[in-house]
Design a protein around this ligand. Structure first.
Ligand SMILES: C[S@@+](CC[C@H](N)C(=O)[O-])C[C@H]1O[C@@H](n2cnc3c(N)ncnc32)[C@H](O)[C@@H]1O
Length: 419
């Protein structure tokens, strides 16, 4: 069958560099994959407001399927050919500390199994690569049982597994640690990666490689978790170098002109009084010294009262959806003795997700919901550069084994778009 979105469709002996984007949201996974030639052949999400943003950015065609991932037959009808890759940044609500920690018993995060059901139903057309993304609470939910159940389900479908973490702060001034799981068809070659059968004698070499890797990318708690899965999944470790990116300072991503919706004095004072003594003292000192400062504030409930917590480390806090208002970030700026504050704008959210030129819609809250839930695009580009594209290229032996993803291949990351 010819893929209708592939104008230069490749002959049947060559696979096309295509992917399906599950839990597509506003398409920031797609935004991270397209620059290296991946073509989205199917996108799925249940949220019509996200669809509007998605189609505003990527164009309106029938690629975006607005529907529940549990509607297996509806989804299968729309996936043609065999996509090479399927991505799934499934809902984090039940896995994150900000939610109720229901884990896979919750109706949101358990939609992951709707995705697994589709992979199973695809049979011979199952993608050879799978990429999952979620919050780090995925590793700890139900004491690791949820993560293990997810890995077991991919392993049963014939995937070898790698799992690691990457933080958006290596690319943009935003703290956003996330867990990624790569599933690769057991029969596919994995350039630059080390394989280990969990019950294999030679597993020791694999463990050492993990031990030597940067702990921020390969936290030490992941391997024991993977090794405790019964039956043992086939494990694999790709070489994922720590990003070398020129990270723009937060001040470059924040609009400081007076046309912004800065708060009136009463609102600023209210939030100043919500800060703890230490933060007030730092702010007072900077104002008195005539220093300049740009940072962010999150409002948090602490001991029954709401606190305004300032970050002084040059990073924005993790963007979230603005449910209840308290999850929205606040910009704090000190300029020549003047203290200013306002809500962070959707354009600034877009920049902090690495896509400053993303077209916005009129409804501010709709934009904030879209970006607050999304992935940070340069992180996806990094995973693509060191794992996804090398695996795709290597399947036709078009590049030398071991080079892709190796140390010598590391180049600085592309600069993020600030527009
Ligand atoms: C973490 S967000 C994904 C964000 C996306 N990767 C992006 O960059 O915008 C999870 C998405 O899952 C979607 N979702 C939740 N339940 C779903 C379901 N039953 N079927 C399909 N999508 C669902 C939500 O609407 C949300 O957009």
């Amino acid at each position: 069958m010819i893929n209708k979105y592939d104008s230069n469709h490749e002959s049947s002996d060559r696979e096309a560099k295509t992917f399906c984007e599950f839990f597509a949201g506003i398409g920031l996974v797609r935004a991270g994959l397209e620059p290296s030639g991946w073509r989205c052949v199917y996108a799925n999400d249940v949220d019509s407001k996200k669809k509007e943003l998605y189609e505003n950015r990527f164009g309106c065609d029938d690629r975006f399927h607005l529907g529940d991932v549990w509607n297996t037959s509806e989804v299968l009808d729309r996936i043609v050919d065999r996509p090479f890759l399927a991505t799934a940044s499934f809902p984090c609500v039940d896995l994150s500390p900000a939610g109720h920690r229901r884990g896979f018993e919750g109706e949101h995060s358990s939609t992951f199994f709707g995705f697994v059901k589709i992979l199973a139903a695809l049979g011979e057309r199952r993608p050879k690569l799978v990429l999952l993304e979620n919050v780090t609470g995925f590793l700890t939910s139900k004491n690791g049982a949820d993560f293990k159940a997810a890995i077991r389900s991919l392993s049963e479908l014939g995937y070898a597994i790698d799992a690691f973490t990457l933080d958006a702060k290596y690319f943009v001034p935003q703290s956003r640690p996330r867990v990624f799981v790569v599933g690769i068809d057991r029969d596919l070659e994995a350039p630059g990666a080390i394989r280990a059968n969990a019950t294999d004698w030679f597993g020791e070499g694999f463990d050492r490689a993990i031990d030597r890797a940067d702990a921020s990318i390969r936290p030490r708690r992941i391997l024991p978790l993977l090794r405790s899965i019964d039956p043992p999944p086939e494990l694999i470790a790709f070489h994922i170098p720590k990003p070398i990116a020129t990270i723009p300072p937060l001040v470059d991503l924040i609009d400081l002109d007076l046309d912004q919706k800065w708060w009136d004095e009463a609102q600023v004072q209210k939030h100043y009084l919500m800060m703890n003594d230490k933060h007030c003292a730092i702010v007072d000192r900077m104002i008195a010294a005539g220093e300049s400062f740009v940072g962010t504030i999150f409002r948090r409930k602490r001991g029954g009262s709401t606190r305004a917590e300032v970050r002084f480390d040059g990073l924005a806090g993790c963007l979230r959806t603005p449910r209840g208002g308290s999850a929205r970030q606040i910009v704090i700026a000190i300029d020549r003795g003047v203290l200013r504050m306002r809500w962070m704008s959707p354009r600034e959210y877009a920049r902090l997700q690495g896509v400053g030129d993303y077209p916005l819609v009129e409804n501010e809250v709709q934009n904030l919901f879209g970006f607050g839930d999304a992935v940070c695009t340069p992180v996806i580009r990094h995973i693509d550069r060191y794992i996804l594209t090398p695996v795709f290229d290597h399947r036709s032996n078009s590049i030398e084994p071991g080079l892709a993803g190796g140390e010598s291949d590391q180049r600085p990351e592309d600069p993020i778009i600030l527009a």
